[in-house]
Structures are given as structure tokens and as C-alpha cells.
Design a protein. Sequence first.
Length: 192
Amino acid sequence: MAARVRRPYSAGMYFAAAPILALCLVALPLGLAAQTAIGRVFVSPSGEPFHPTPAAPDAFGAWFSRVDANHDGRIDRDEFRADAAQFFKRLDTNGDGVIDGFEIAAYEKSVAADLDISGQGFIADPKSRDGPITLLAEPEPVSGADTDLNSHVSLAEWLAATDRRFDLLDVKRLGYLSREALVARLPKGRRP
């Protein structure tokens, strides 16, 4: 008499699991798409990188929450300028009121070291899924504020660049930037 091989699972169980497997296969790409935006470095319009953390995986959201000082869900010009001025002060390490060439080099080497600034800026292709998430396709926001091209960025130049950036983002001229409007400016597939 031949021994009967007992199978632990019946064919019915495989068919019952098929819808679950199909759902997983559909959900996997959606999860990967979400992962491309959440968990990526966000570079603020002033050039300050925000790195995702386990507590705050949405780096864009961390920036927005910090800049929206009164937590009304929008960033007005004063809040935008205050954030930029705070970053200027961080970059102006010697406190002389100017970001000089040495301080720009220090920014590129230490603050934005992982953004791969190698003469091309950190935005080789703003629509690329590689690299940081940005709102403006400005390859070098810090040195880009040097409008008189003297290798020094004064606070006046910095705030003028900040106002230009605000105006570029405030396309409807509302006087504020809503989270929804800013998220809509991010490339598809890179939105939180």
C-alpha cells in the first residue's frame, strides 16, 4: 500500500489567498511612491537642507511647521523672511553681517555636504527622482543671492533674494504660501 502524502494546504486555500496577494502587489508600488517623497532630504528656498528623521520622516513638513511660526497653516512674507534671516545668521559664522566666500565654501562642505554640490549645484534635473526635494529650481541658493557677484552676500542681498523667492512661490499674489500650494509645486512622485 502506498503511503498517502498529506499536504498541509489545500488548493482552496491558495485561491483564497490570491486576492490578498493581488492587493499586496497593487499596494507595493503605491508604498514605494510614497517613500520617494517621505524620507527624502528637502532643501528650503534659502538652501537649508532638512533631513528626515524617524520622528519626522516628512522633511518638507518639518520645514513648513518651523517656518509657520503662528501655526495658521500658511507662511506669510514676514515668517518666510524670518526663517531666511535665521539661516543667514547660521551661515554668517563670524557674525560680520556678510556671508563671504569662505562661509559659502563651509556651507557647501558641511551644511549641504550630502547634497553633492560639485560646481553644478544640487539640482541637476528638478524632475529627477534622485537628489533632494526642492520648491525652486535654483541650483545654489546661497551663492545665488550674491547679486553683485563680489563673492560676498550681504544681509540686504539675502533678504532681496528671499523676497524674490517668496514672489516666485506666491503665484496668485495672496501674500501667503499655503501648504497645499507649496506641495503642488513639488514634482509629482516627490510630494509628501
